[in-house]
Design a protein around this ligand. Structure first.
Ligand SMILES: N[C@@H](CCC(=O)N[C@@H](CS)C(=O)NCC(=O)O)C(=O)O
Length: 191
């Protein structure tokens, strides 16, 4: 069987999609980034965090993705090439998988500039079978938990406010009732 060798001038690269702390703090080197979305998932503050924004006694709440065929989640896709690929994957494996309980999946990412075409991206998702998965709660309950938690990386409320700030700045046209209702409830508790 003849194998068609497809050679391009493009170097091998990998796209990594962030939708939580990765949108405001990737902390790995990348070639370029694009704001856009993935379809079929909602972003929810349903995952526990006993390292970065909480501890073993009082876990914080961070975001994960839950399947929802009618939804889409906005974030940032980062392109890593050459040595950046190994470096970013090694770093994220510790930050996301080992310390965060996330697993990886490939999803289709659509840039805001749709003419650029969609692309496959790696995403870190925490599933409900994860031991520190917390699951659904009301915005008030989630906010109350977030306002009292802090971990090795900082206060849980910083995580919430920076994600809300990213969405306002970079995706002002996007409605995210879950995120902004939790933000409003948390601010009402601390101000
Ligand atoms: N996988 C999501 C969520 C990532 C996330 O928030 N992970 C936590 C690990 S539990 C983290 O990196 N936290 C760092 C921080 O809170 O600054 C993303 O793509 O942004």
């Amino acid at each position: 069987m003849k194998l068609l060798a497809i050679t391009t001038s493009e170097k091998p690269s990998l796209w990594i999609f962030g939708y939580g702390s990765l949108v405001w703090k990737p902390d790995f080197k990348y070639k370029r980034s694009k704001v856009g979305y993935i379809e079929g998932y909602s972003r929810r503050f349903w995952h526990g965090d006993n390292f970065h924004r909480g501890d073993k006694d009082v876990p914080g709440r961070v975001v994960t993705l839950v399947e929802d065929q009618d939804a889409c989640t906005w974030g940032v896709a980062y392109e890593v090439t050459d040595s950046q690929m190994e470096e970013s994957l090694q770093y994220l494996n510790v930050r996301e998988a080992v310390l965060g309980g996330y697993v990886t999946k490939m999803v289709e990412f659509t840039p805001r500039e749709k003419y650029q075409g969609s692309l496959l991206a790696l995403v870190y998702i925490a599933t409900s079978d994860n031991p520190i998965y917390l699951g659904p709660a009301t915005p008030t309950e989630i906010a109350a938990q977030i306002t009292i938690c802090r971990g090795n990386t900082g206060h849980n409320i910083e995580y919430l406010l920076r994600l809300a700030e990213f969405m306002r700045l970079y995706c002002p046209e996007v409605e995210d009732d879950h995120l902004f209702s939790i933000e409003a409830a948390a601010l009402a508790l601390v101000i």
